[in-house]
Design a protein around this ligand. Structure first.
Ligand SMILES: Cc1cc2nc3c(=O)[nH]c(=O)nc-3n(C[C@H](O)[C@H](O)[C@H](O)COP(=O)(O)O)c2cc1C
Length: 169
């Protein structure tokens, strides 16, 4: 699929079919994650791929919506801040690196005809328990991956003139 077409057709989907995701599609999506750039190439990212139904259901203790756990695959993106590049003012770039890799995932899924939805409004303590995350690993976002069972909503975005500043603020 043309890259710009992917950008225009990707939308957050909150209703999924139970149709399984083809393993080759999932592998290509994970490869897109692997090749994402990161600050100083430190790659402080981990991705937990959940297909087991019982584990997927357990994730609703962290985010109490049924629609995301109904998808055949849920992927949780985690940061490992101790592995990340740190700027001179002590800003740690782990979250930025994970965000970039996660958006690679989302766009690759769209290119494969699959739907996703960024989820950040979860209870991190409950998610840590459900996924058995060790100390030093921070969950940043998760997404269902599967075939959409609803029509995408229209884009609602600010006009370009409100967000683009030319030469100076
Ligand atoms: C960082 C981030 C966190 C988000 N968290 C949630 C969430 O917890 N639950 C949810 O339903 N959607 C979540 N979304 C999806 C946004 O609501 C959605 O991207 C936005 O409304 C634009 O719609 P679109 O993705 O269909 O273009 C999140 C999106 C981003 C980028």
């Amino acid at each position: 699929m043309d890259f710009y077409h992917v950008l225009e057709t990707r939308r957050s989907i909150r209703k999924y079919k139970s149709t399984p995701v083809e393993p080759d599609k999932l592998e290509r999506i994970l490869e897109a994650v692997r090749i994402a750039p990161s600050a100083a190439n430190r790659q402080p990212c981990h991705f937990i791929v959940v297909t087991d139904e019982a584990v997927r259901r357990s994730l609703t203790r962290a985010y109490s919506r049924d629609w995301f756990a109904a998808a055949p695959v849920v992927i949780c993106a985690c940061a490992e801040p101790d592995e990340a590049w740190v700027r001179m003012d002590k800003k740690n770039y782990a979250d930025v690196d994970v965000t970039i890799a996660f958006e690679h995932l989302v766009l690759a899924a769209a290119a494969e005809g699959l739907a996703t939805c960024w989820i950040a409004a979860f209870d991190p303590a409950e998610l840590r328990k459900a996924l058995g995350l060790p100390d030093g690993i921070e969950p940043l976002a998760m997404t269902p991956v599967g075939y959409p069972d609803e029509a995408p909503r229209a884009f609602v975005r600010k006009p370009l003139a409100e967000i683009v500043h030319r030469e100076r603020w």
